[in-house]
Design a protein around this ligand. Structure first.
Ligand SMILES: Nc1ncnc2c1ncn2[C@@H]1O[C@H](COP(=O)(O)OP(=O)(O)OP(=O)(O)O)[C@@H](O)[C@H]1O
Length: 320
């Protein structure tokens, strides 16, 4: 399925792809957790997998890691099956709520995982890159939620993988720790390594990903750069003050051309429009006293909400 116009030249990179998902399906009874996903990730890309709860992100991630088998379709990682890629140390993973052994120190934990790999990165380097060298001698049961996440990150890094797969890596982190985490990530991606991360934080996708893949109901509904995905949702928001707004004003504004959504709080209106020029002309004619007009492009959050809404048109239509 060609999902959107924003899809990158997937065929060009298919041959040497870091990750290739074709016709991927996984159903649980009636639930179509993953329902025909096509996705090719080139080496060196940093890709955010976004979507509301239950969109199919974790199910997709599990199949990329070989933790569950697709009902149909195929996953390859650097041309290998996920199992072979994991055994070759090519994939590092950080999953939601992976457990740590309470009695081991941070250093012992990371060392234990390093020993499982043929060509791990030096232990101290993994600790430093994950920003936990200062707590290396602390036991896991003495760590905060955010620190535990960093240990999991070190565990994912220590095989010196070509691909890092992270399922909501910053879920337990406060804003400062999150920023530090992404700084550590930069030094990993600078060396051309590939990262796929699932997140609920749109600002993380906006700031750290080269590419955003948006899922809904087991399908990819948008795929492209942050700017492309924003543009797919189209539209702008017009904010303005409507003096003495009444129920009648509200009805009037809601029926102006190209208005897709409308909210009025007191005299302050926020109008979503698929053609802000047309809406604004009509608004000024209908409510001549309108003032303090601001027009802004829809943010990634707006695109996310619009593209993942259950009654949204099919992606092919959305791209037109
Ligand atoms: N083992 C399972 N058995 C039955 N249903 C499952 C199982 N795993 C996932 N599902 C269902 O598949 C759908 C997709 O779930 P998945 O965990 O992949 O979504 P997600 O996008 O990762 O959501 P979240 O953001 O909440 O983590 C959901 O409806 C979920 O209830």
């Amino acid at each position: 399925m060609e999902t959107t116009q924003a899809t990158r030249g997937t065929r060009d990179v298919a041959a040497g792809a870091a990750v290739r998902l074709s016709g991927l399906r996984k159903h649980y009874g009636e639930v179509r957790a993953v329902d025909g996903v096509e996705l090719t990730i080139a080496p060196g890309e940093v890709v955010a997998l976004l979507g509301p709860n239950g969109a199919g992100k974790s199910t997709t991630v599990d199949m990329i890691l070989g933790l569950s088998k697709p009902d149909a379709g195929e996953v390859t990682v650097f041309g290998k099956t996920p199992g072979d890629a994991v055994r070759a140390g090519m994939i590092g993973a950080m999953l939601q709520g992976g457990t740590l052994l309470d009695d081991l120190t941070v250093r012992e934990t990371v060392r234990m995982v390093a020993k499982l790999h043929r060509t791990p990165m030096p232990l101290e380097q993994a600790l430093r890159q994950a920003g936990i060298d200062d707590i290396a001698d602390r036991r896991a049961n003495k760590l905060s939620g955010g620190q535990k996440q960093r240990v999991r990150f070190a565990v994912a890094l220590v095989s010196d993988p070509d691909l890092l797969v992270l399922d909501e890596p910053t879920a337990a982190m406060d804003v400062g720790t999150r920023r530090e985490f992404w700084k550590s990530m930069y030094s990993f991606t600078e060396s051309g390594r590939t990262v796929l991360f699932a997140t609920h934080y749109l600002e993380e996708a906006e700031e750290f990903a080269d590419r955003v893949v948006l899922m809904r109901s087991g399908r990819v509904v948008a795929d492209g750069s942050v700017a492309q995905v924003r543009a797919l949702a189209g539209g702008r928001t017009i904010r303005a003050v409507l003096p003495d707004a009444t129920g009648e004003t509200e009805r009037l504004v809601a029926t102006l051309p190209a208005v897709t959504d409308f909210e009025l709080r007191g005299e302050r209106a926020a109008i979503s429009s698929s053609d802000s020029d047309a809406t604004l002309r009509a608004l000024m004619a209908a409510v001549p006293a309108v003032h303090d007009i601001e027009i802004s492009a829809v943010g990634l959050e707006g695109a996310f909400l619009s593209l993942t809404a259950e009654d949204h048109t099919e992606p092919e239509e959305a791209a037109r």
